[in-house]
Write a protein that binds this ligand. Sequence first.
Ligand code: NAP
Length: 333
Amino acid sequence: MLNHRITLKARPSAIPGPEHFKQDVMPVRPLEAGELLVETMYISIDPAMRSWISSSSGYTRGVAIGDVMRAGGIGRVLRTQAEDFATGDLVQGRTGWQSHPILRARETQKLDLSLGSIEDWMGPLGTSALTAYFGVRDVGGLKPGETLVVSAAAGGVGQIAAQIGLIDACRVIGIAGGPEKCRFLTQTLGLHGVIDYKAEPDLAAAIRRACPDGMDVYFDNVGGPMLDAALANLRTDARVVLCGRISQTVATEPYGILNLGLQGGKRITMRNFLVFDYHDRYTEARAWLSAQIRGGRLQQQLHVVDGLDNAPLALGMLFRGENTGKLIVRAAA
Ligand SMILES: NC(=O)c1ccc[n+]([C@@H]2O[C@H](COP(=O)([O-])OP(=O)(O)OC[C@H]3O[C@@H](n4cnc5c(N)ncnc54)[C@H](OP(=O)(O)O)[C@@H]3O)[C@@H](O)[C@H]2O)c1
């Protein structure tokens, strides 16, 4: 059996693309005890991948030149040397960008299809959804009746964060790039308001028009000037959830935040977090998310790119705003 792999060839200085990766085919080695041979079905494409392939990978170990690109995914077990797994099991684990990874059983989880479909496990039950759940509820401490503003609201994390706000009886405003994404947010997801930041010369003023009394929680996926515009519109006791800063990941010049000085006396809280910190509570979160999906209150648009070979192209899409919803690669049917 052969394993199609995509390895890191060169570290990007800006938006990553096919030129930074190499494709090859290797024979699959025999399994050792505790290992599974898996056929990859879906791969998650995440902004964090850009940090993993840079020279200073930040919060986690980077991907070395020549290594298979790291990624989370879902696959089907083809062979097993682990007691608790059988051929045909559907599993979630660190598949990487490869067609036939060998996974360690102790780092691999069987999918509980009573909670949702295989596709739900890539979307509204996946890591992006868990990020939104813990970010809005634990870090943001959102309370009914409050105003929540979400940036990159049409993306993987953003769509779920915004809908959790709606479920929790809040006024929810989304910020996204372009009329199509904005229409999706109001007409399909039912947000109370939306701001197309690409059409707004003064984003702080646009937020003020959408939230005349200011916002209670700002869920920040973008950082940079967008964070600054949000900081100009916080209410007393507001919470800023620093989930991500995608605008700064590929910026050539770092952006210095200007509006922190406006917060004097407002007793605001700004907190960064990592979803993995909440690992012990994933079961609780997935039970809640599953109940919302079944109740028709939560949905997620998946943006599916076909073919493992296209994973490097897909990664660049995140930084050009070319995805609507959770971006995934379908490696096999
Ligand atoms: N803290 C954690 O544990 C954790 C876990 C997962 C993800 N995250 C973070 O969550 C954020 C969202 O991740 P995701 O996977 O759901 O990605 P995503 O939102 O599905 O995709 C990224 C989106 O960001 C927007 N964007 C890109 N460059 C931008 C720029 N320069 N200015 C403004 N918007 C820009 C684009 O939407 P527009 O078209 O609207 O511009 C793009 O579609 C990322 O910052 C990621 O790092 C954090």
